[in-house]
Design a protein around this ligand. Structure first.
Ligand code: NAD
Length: 270
């Protein structure tokens, strides 16, 4: 079977570099190219192997149209406005899209989902196997423990992260709300500051820490009187997200249009 041609938009970013490395290491995939924001110093230069530093036969482009034309799948870990631009191009060229970008407004998320009527899209707030298992477990534990258990989602990331709470923390909150049979928007406490009053029964709270080079840590706490259940995932390296995204790219190639999640890719039933 021919290798799947995978392109990386935002190829000089933290995740972009990890993705290039994973694609080069995967015998079922071939790197079809990379783009960067037109202001990036990487544009017009040959891409280097992120690990060995060796110059690759790929020049970083600013215009993504050509990359989409010659790719079976494009992986996008950039920023919401760029991802929407890429989704438009993907619909024109019929290229499958794997989206790891987080921080979409509701309106932007809706526009991205609409692309699923024309092309196959895999979107996930977190592409690691462990976090997807954590999502599954969170929903299950929330289903079994009643509102005597207060649910809090705690996350920590590196100092450069621009959105909060993380997309993964929000996805964990959604999983907990699904387990409880409630709508997250009605019960979420995203920020606490000053005289907040007592915690409301049944609410799902979020707390955000930022600092250093922490790749990503998430804990879902179920805290009752005198006992507490904690589910934790700690990411040690971006390679885990990149590996999951490349697995998703190989899986989505040739699928029918639609918006898929990592649960579909991994064969989890919810
Ligand atoms: P980063 O800032 O290091 O990389 C983003 C790159 O995108 C930059 O190099 C930037 O120049 C480039 N870019 C911006 N606009 C562009 C455009 N129009 N065309 C081409 N390139 C463009 O950020 P990062 O840490 O790599 O994270 C990127 C995104 O991925 C964030 O939203 C982050 O939250 C998300 N993320 C998701 C997962 C996951 O598993 N889903 C994991 C890690 C990070």
């Amino acid at each position: 079977m021919a290798a799947v041609r995978i392109g990386v938009v935002g190829c000089a970013g933290r995740m972009g570099r990890a993705l290039v490395s994973q694609i080069l290491d995967n015998e079922n995939a071939v790197l079809s190219g990379g783009t960067e924001h037109h202001d990036s110093p990487a544009v017009g230069r040959p891409l280097r192997h992120p690990v060995t530093g060796e110059e690759l036969d790929v020049v970083v482009e600013a215009d993504a149209n050509g990359l989409f034309d010659r790719s079976d799948v494009v992986i996008d870990f950039t920023c919401p406005t760029a991802t929407l631009l890429h989704a438009d191009i993907a619909q024109r060229t019929g290229t499958a899209l794997v989206v790891g970008t987080t921080g979409f407004t509701d309106d932007q998320a809706q526009k991205l989902r609409a692309a699923g009527s024309k092309i196959p899209v895999v979107q996930a707030a977190n592409f690691s196997l462990g976090v997807n298992l954590l999502l599954h477990l969170t929903e299950e534990v929330a289903r079994r423990l009643d509102e005597d258990f207060d649910i809090e989602v705690l996350e920590m990331h590196h100092r450069h992260k621009v959105d909060a709470p993380s997309g993964t923390a929000l996805a964990l909150g959604e999983a907990a709300a699904r387990g409880r049979g409630v709508e997250l928007a009605r019960v979420s406490d995203r920020v606490r500051d000053g005289i907040t009053g007592a915690r409301k029964r049944g609410h799902i709270g979020f707390a955000t820490l930022r600092g250093g080079n922490v790749v990503g840590e998430h804990t879902v706490m179920f805290a009752a009187e005198n006992e507490r259940v904690e589910l934790t995932h700690k990411a040690g390296d971006r390679a885990i997200f990149a590996r999951g995204a490349v697995t998703a790219a190989l899986w989505v190639h040739g699928r029918a249009p639609g918006v898929y999640g990592m649960a579909d890719v991994l064969g989890f039933d919810g």
